[in-house]
Write a protein that binds this ligand. Structure first.
Ligand SMILES: [Zn+2]
Length: 290
């Protein structure tokens, strides 16, 4: 009896740790657009958020928050089985969304936060068209390039091109991938900019009315298998309460793709991107996976 009890406990421990991966488990997810906002107050305490990730087999997150307190709380929890890739959010309060690009104190905030260490990018930030020409935006883009940081930009195609004009070496994760921008235009941008990756939350047109992948998006995924990421975008409480449904929605259309391609979009591309060691050699020596 005792041995059976021990075996059950051991099995439960393995399950709790999320290991090992089994064939009947849902596909592992890296959530590449996660906000754990601390302002005005977090909807869920840290332990509940971590439990939510475990429940839905989310094993990695691109973590941001407004202000950065929420991201730090997640990192400080050192959760087992969850890989956290923290980004510096250039916002203190929601109103910063509309003014950060011309605000020198935001540049200071980014630098101050960077000095804490561990950050892999700056964002998500919002930009529309010519707002991206602001000199403070260029300074942040240059700062990111100098320090081997990604940018996570919620922006239209015009702003995106301006970011690359600021610094051609920018590496950009494009939040929402243009929302409703025509797939052929998305393809053109991915073609033109080798260091651009599309994150797919709120992206229209991926599935049709019957919840099936559309031919246009299947073709995009097949043509650019290494360039897409998925994310929840928990920007308001409602996104937390529907977190499971959001992740399930991704898994539904991922299941229509060949397994290797689905795995890249679900988690593999994020692992290749963020698994890269810091600056310098990693650029030319390829992308070690983790
Ligand atoms: Zn967002």
């Amino acid at each position: 009896m005792l041995d059976i009890g021990k075996a059950i406990v051991a099995a439960l421990c393995l399950l709790a740790a999320g290991l090992p991966a089994r064939a009947d488990q849902p596909i592992e997810i890296f959530d590449a657009h996660l906000h754990y906002n601390w302002e005005p107050a977090p909807l869920l305490p840290v332990q509940d958020v971590l439990a939510l990730f475990r429940r839905h087999r989310v094993t990695g997150i691109l973590a941001t928050s407004r202000p950065n307190t929420g991201t730090r709380a997640l990192v400080d929890a050192k959760p087992e089985g969850l890989w956290i890739v923290p980004f510096i959010r250039p916002y203190r309060v929601r109103a910063d969304i509309g003014s950060w690009m011309g605000d020198p104190t935001i540049y200071d905030l980014v630098q101050e936060e960077f000095r804490r260490g561990g950050y892999r990018g700056v964002g998500e930030f919002h930009l529309s068209g010519r707002a991206a020409t602001n000199p403070w935006v260029k300074r942040i883009v240059d700062f990111a390039v100098e320090n081997d940081l990604f940018l996570h930009c919620h922006c239209d195609a015009e702003a995106l091109e301006i970011l690359y004009a600021h610094n051609a070496k920018a590496r950009i994760i494009w939040a929402h991938t243009g929302f409703s921008l025509a797939p052929e235009q998305v393809a053109g941008l991915l073609e033109r900019h080798a260091e651009l990756w599309g994150e797919l939350s709120y992206r229209g047109g991926i599935t049709d009315g019957a919840d099936k992948l559309t031919p246009a998006w299947r073709a995009l995924f097949e043509r650019f298998p290494d360039r897409f990421l998925i994310g929840s975008d928990t920007w308001v409480d409602e996104r937390w309460t529907s977190y499971g449904a959001i992740i399930d929605g991704y898994r539904r259309w991922l299941a229509e793709l060949p397994p290797a391609l689905a795995a890249r979009i679900a988690h593999g591309n994020a692992k290749s991107l963020f698994g890269r060691a810091g600056s310098g050699a990693s650029r030319s020596s390829g992308a070690p996976s983790r």
